[in-house]
Design a protein around this ligand. Structure first.
Ligand code: AHR
Length: 644
């Protein structure tokens, strides 16, 4: 990529605006060939890869607002603690909170938070949770809280409140009727007079009745949710989910990535511990250095695919974990069965044991999906041949029509798609533009899934800015992928998201904190490309030059009756192009959507729109001829309506 400082001046900007109307004498000339057959393009080209990394699951996309909500382990996977909970002793009250490992709710939650009220002449006693780096309360939002509680000598009431951290109740309600058996309580909290979103808030449960003195009250499995995406129970934080949905993603690969695999075989993602009511789920030590609660589990992921209209790619654990252990061939049986049970849970009808279990969990109708991936990045292991074979044979015997995705080339069995990953520098990513142009389209595999990619300007892995330079290099790469989208069936950027100040892997496409979401420049490129879907890729002939500094792909969408030209300009100078359309006439103007700026530009919470899409309209003189000048350092989609 050329990174010379741009010399664009205001005068050049004016020239740029006017030149979009003119044919450029010495410009590159591109002829878009609707007169010859094009290649069909994958209808599900743009999608998402998802795993809990950078704190983007618990604390973020998963809408649970309370932290350490079931005391199964501390944040680092060590012994349970009451971290993130604090005692409330107000007025003359004396109280304590303790993690009681002798009183549990069930086999998944074998301890509880015990509140002991020692004295209470005035004020209140209780405890609070500060949320995940704060707890967001927004105007006009309602909150639903649930928890289990019991007491031998105190029947209530319990005050359930949302409060300012520094004091002041925002919303309050009460529950009553505690007994010596755990019961689930569910309340709704609607703060009044909230003018703006804030995060310096807490969730609290307290008592103010003298009847509580001398008594213990036990609590387990709390939840607090604001409005969720599509109002799902146990659902997604709405603003983050809407940001994902606005990409119009067509597929969703989950639950990893590395986070599927476990550091060890025993700490792999176990689907059956992520299902059922929240109180039955077991967390695990995630692969990204923090505890995963599994509050967002298998069924929740599937509902998310339905709510966003995405094809699931169910990635099954395949007997290899990150520290290098492989399940030996003669011991693979139970692991393959684990995957088969998972698939039955999703695909089986209610006459099957796991289909029945799914129905008990609230979903009677089996899911419909086509794609199953076996493992993740198995090029790291030497054992994929026998592992892939074992999973492939079992899955295809029972589900012969599924699309099977292999994560590495191996010789034991065929695959339908192979999952290629790219975390490379700017120049390497740009050089990959034509990687698939000459790729053998036959052989063992029949297609490509670029399951993870991102330009790491500082080199792989995980410590590079999400700036315009990276976005444009990624843009060049996906332009090349779209040119080959008869064969490259799906592409996903990774990692998709990060919590600001908690990142483990940069760059990411969507950034957020407890209050807000901001998107990186590449988000806009991805969205521009994804939302202008071509069903057919058109041949483009170039005169007076070739690729570099411009990279392009053109396509048509029959349903919308539109022609698209997607162009990345890596140069610091504006680039004029003369376009000719063959075999199609378009109406006399087109629409351009583009981003542009300086290579180092990033979007931040303080400046979320440094790089944001701009729009303009361009004139088409002869229904099939026009000039357009691409801004320096830009990604552009031109849209033209076909004139029938
Ligand atoms: O996207 C981050 C990680 O990169 C993924 O978990 C893994 O598959 C890859 O190595």
């Amino acid at each position: 990529m050329k990174l010379s400082l741009p010399s664009l001046s205001i005068a050049a900007g004016l020239l740029l605006a006017s030149s979009t109307f003119l044919q450029q004498a010495s410009a590159l000339s591109l002829t878009i060939r609707n007169d010859v057959p094009g290649n069909s393009s994958s209808p599900i080209l743009y999608g998402l890869m998802y795993e809990d990394i950078n704190r983007c699951g618990d604390s973020a996309l998963y809408g649970q607002m309370l932290r350490n909500w079931n005391f199964q382990a501390n944040d680092s996977g060590g012994d349970p603690e009451l971290e993130f909970w604090n005692v409330i002793e107000e007025g003359s009250s004396l109280a304590s909170i303790t993690l009681d490992d002798e009183v549990g709710l069930n086999n998944a939650n074998t301890n509880s938070l015990r509140l002991d009220v020692k004295s209470l002449d005035s004020g209140r006693a209780g405890f609070l949770n500060k949320g995940w780096w704060g707890l967001r309360v927004q105007p006009d939002e309602s909150y639903k809280a649930t928890f289990f509680a019991k007491s031998d000598g105190f029947s209530g009431p319990l005050n359930v409140t949302l409060e300012k951290a520094g004091g002041g109740v925002l919303a309050s309600t009460q529950v009553d009727g505690l007994t010596s058996d755990f019961q689930k309580f569910e309340v709704s909290l609607k703060p009044e007079d909230v003018d703006e979103a804030s995060i310096d808030n807490v969730f609290a449960i307290s008592v103010d009745s003298e009847d509580a003195v001398g008594n213990s009250i036990w609590f387990q499995v709390f939840s607090l949710f604001g409005e969720t995406y599509k109002d799902r129970e146990n659902g997604l934080r709405k603003d983050i989910a809407e940001t994902l949905a606005a990409l119009e993603p067509k597929f969703f690969r989950f639950p990893g990535g590395n986070n599927l695999e476990g550091q060890t075989i025993d700490t792999r993602w176990k689907w059956n511990e992520t299902i059922g009511p929240l109180e039955e789920r077991k967390g695990r030590m995630g692969d990204w250095t923090y505890w995963n609660t599994n509050g967002q589990g298998l069924l929740d992921y599937m509902y998310m695919t339905e709510d966003m209209g995405m094809e699931p790619i169910v990635d099954v654990y395949a007997g290899y974990s990150l520290q290098g252990d492989s399940v030996p061939e003669d011991q693979l049986g139970p692991f393959v069965q684990e995957a088969m049970d998972e698939l039955e849970y999703l695909l089986g009808d209610t006459s099957t044991p796991f289909g029945k279990l799914r129905a008990e969990h609230g979903r009677e109708e089996p899911f419909k999906f086509d794609m199953i991936e076996i493992g993740n990045e198995d090029w790291f292991s030497t054992t994929y041949d026998y592992r892939y074979k074992a999973y492939y044979d079992a899955i295809t015997e029972k589900y012969p029509d599924k699309t099977i995705i292999s994560t590495a080339a191996q010789e034991s069995r065929p695959w339908d798609l192979i999952d290629d990953h790219y975390y490379v520098t700017t120049d390497e990513m740009v050089n990959n533009f034509d990687y698939y142009d000459n790729y053998a389209r036959s052989g063992n595999g029949s297609g490509i899934f670029v399951g993870e990619f991102a330009t790491n300007t500082e080199g792989c892995c995980g410590n590079s800015p999400a700036n315009l330079e990276a976005a444009l290099a990624d843009g060049v790469f996906i332009t090349g992928l779209e040119r080959n989208s008869d064969f490259v069936k799906m592409i996903a950027y990774a990692p998709a998201m990060k919590r600001l100040d908690q990142e483990q892997w940069d760059p990411d496409m969507i950034h957020f904190d407890t209050k807000s979401v901001v998107v990186a420049p590449f988000y806009h490129v991805f969205q521009m490309y994804s939302t202008h879907h071509s069903d057919t890729i058109l041949q483009v002939d170039a005169d007076e030059g070739g690729f570099d500094p411009l990279y392009w792909v053109s396509g048509s969408n029959k349903e919308k009756n539109e022609i698209y030209v997607k162009v990345i300009n890596l140069d610091s100078e504006p680039q004029p192009v003369n376009f000719n359309l063959k075999g199609v006439k378009v109406i006399n103007y087109g629409n351009a959507t583009f981003i542009s700026g300086q290579p180092a530009d990033e979007n931040t919470l303080d400046s979320p729109s440094t790089i944001a899409p701009k729009k303009n309209t361009f004139h088409i003189r002869h229904q099939n001829q026009f000039g357009y000048t691409f801004e320096p350092y830009s990604a552009t989609v031109l849209t033209m309506k076909i004139d029938n």
